[in-house]
Write a new protein. Sequence first.
Length: 235
Amino acid sequence: MQRHDFRTPAAANDLYLLASPVDAQFPICILDNVQYSRKTVIRLQVALLFLFITLSCSTINHIQDDICNCLAALPDTSDYRHVAKHVPIPSGTPQEIDVATILSWPQDPIPLPFDAPRTGRELQLVHVANAFLENASVNQGDCDIHLEISQTADKNAPRVIIETPIDSEYCTSRKTIQSQLKQHGFQLDLQHGGDLPQPLAVDVLGLPFEDFEHGRGGSQVVTLWEIHPAMATIK
């Protein structure tokens, strides 16, 4: 008796012919159905892959948009005076100042020690009632929101940096500035930021902080003094 290897398509076709009393076209129809099912499986796999990619992109976009869940690219130990910067903004009556006041503060000729605590002016709560927001971005190194403000609505005016930390107590403030900028057609997240098309009037509350020179912003930033931590509100 002839032996059949039913693992091959040809042998499978012989099996159908031997087993079925019907017309020889019947097994062909079955084979066609098998081929169609394979096509369906492939199409389903493609659809699932497309769905996976879509969901992945959606998740990535959500992470990028979630300004409170940024993951810092650099460790805290590499951040200058990290502990001094990451403090809550105290309650109390702030000292009223403006950008010109900050620009007038004297700067130490030699940077403070890397882990120097706050001292002197850095302990005074301040409020800037009238300033103009010129630039907004998220620093991927430490996840702080980096803002640049000026005394006047002039893109060439001297600027001061203010920063809102990633710390949980500043999440509401971070979301507020992001939402307010969005209302003005400006996108602020991990991938978007920069100079605003037009300066926006802004109110700032926070603590002064003396940084060191390390290319912290554009050429219009002319002082090492910042407001950091700070909470900014667009008027």
